[in-house]
Design a protein around this ligand. Structure first.
Ligand code: FAQ
Length: 317
């Protein structure tokens, strides 16, 4: 029988080789906890992230826009489902996960605590928020935990459609009337900085990064991903004639990257601590819909039990 040091050696060798860690494999408790923290935060973000856009489903400007937005918001629910399922493989129940969200023990992305005010916000969210999410998630397709990695492969395919639908809304508005272009610029002005905060604190202050990089949960750091997003998005804004609200944004030939202005980390910390514009509203809405959906879950469980009992009786007879 192997002792825990030998188990750890096997685990480390797998990580080193780039093999996946699977649910039944031995893993250090801290690895399991880090995964649970990150994947559950990610799952909660997908589900809470339905609210800002859900707000505009009844106000979409055409049937086509409404159908696309509805499909996108439903995709986010699906992403939440894959990710909650990945969490469950680590030995936690859905009830516990939701309890952690409702009691503030588990976080969700800061970005979803900002209000959606105009239709252009639907464009800005798809273009910038999904655009930032996908840069982070492409890396997570190669994360070391098998169920998380496989969920991300599927999520990334849908996320790239989300990014394009948002950019298309912005293209149409930016090429429309002066009033429409102003709406697009206003949305970019409000969503730019919160979007680049999504990647998390600067590397020097990222307390989880060292372990996560060592265990190949994260393959790139917060600042590396943030830089990638900025480098990619500047040209897209220029192409449609919009201006990124950062006077310090400048191409740096020597670095081969854009330099950018100072991020307001005080604002980020305030939002993460629960004091953003919409934190309380988002949580109250989620708790209310959980309560309202309780009878559906109970009915589904009762039906599943009845079906399983019937099948058991047929097998016994
Ligand atoms: N918001 O040590 P680090 C989406 C926390 S999905 C709130 O650097 P880590 C799709 C962090 O938890 C968007 N809290 O942490 C969509 C930690 O606190 P803790 C979500 C944040 O984990 C689009 C502390 O700060 N994506 O948008 C944030 O190594 C449209 C220190 O930070 C994911 O979750 C934040 N932005 O790196 C849906 C991707 N950033 O837990 C609907 C997976 C950091 O120790 C509509 N997650 N914190 O108390 C990750 O890749 C990582 O967790 C990072 C943070 C990169 C987000």
């Amino acid at each position: 029988m192997e002792n825990s040091t030998q188990f750890e050696e096997i685990f480390n060798a797998k990580i080193e080789r780039g093999d996946f860690i699977e649910p039944k494999d031995w893993m250090p408790e801290k690895y399991r906890k880090t995964l649970l923290r990150q994947i559950s935060q990610h799952a909660h973000s997908e589900v809470i992230g339905m609210q800002p856009e859900g707000n505009f489903i009844t106000r979409a400007p055409s049937l086509r826009r409404k159908a696309v937005l509805l499909a996108k918001v439903q995709d986010e629910a699906g992403h939440g489902l894959y990710l909650y399922s990945a969490c469950e493989t680590l030995g936690i129940s859905r009830e516990e996960l939701l309890d952690q969200l409702h009691t503030g023990k588990a976080k969700y992305s800061s970005i979803f605590n900002y209000p959606t005010i105009t239709w252009a916000d639907m464009g800005a969210i798809g273009w910038l928020v999904d655009g930032a999410a996908i840069i982070n998630q492409v890396m997570l397709q190669r994360t070391s935990y098998g169920p998380y990695s496989r969920a991300m492969v599927r999520i990334c395919k849908e996320e790239s459609f989300h990014q394009r639908q948002g950019y298309e809304i912005m293209c149409v508005l930016a090429n429309g009337t002066a009033e429409q272009k102003a709406l697009a610029q206003d949305a970019l002005d409000r969503w730019w900085w919160p979007s680049i905060m999504m990647f998390g604190p600067p590397d020097g202050e990222s307390k989880n990064s060292a372990d996560s990089i060592r265990w190949k949960i994260k393959r790139e750091t917060n600042d590396e991903l943030r830089q990638k997003f900025i480098d990619r998005t500047v040209g897209q804004a220029e192409f449609i004639g919009l201006v990124i609200p950062d006077k310090d944004l400048k191409w740096n030939e020597a670095r081969g990257h854009y330099d950018y202005g100072k991020i307001n980390w005080e604002e980020f910390n305030k939002v993460v601590a629960g004091n953003g514009v919409c934190n309380k509203k988002r949580m109250a809405h989620h708790i209310k819909s959980q309560e309202e959906g309780k009878w559906v879950r109970e009915a589904a469980n009762a039906y599943a039990k009845k079906k399983a009992d019937r099948e058991k009786n047929i097998l016994v007879a």
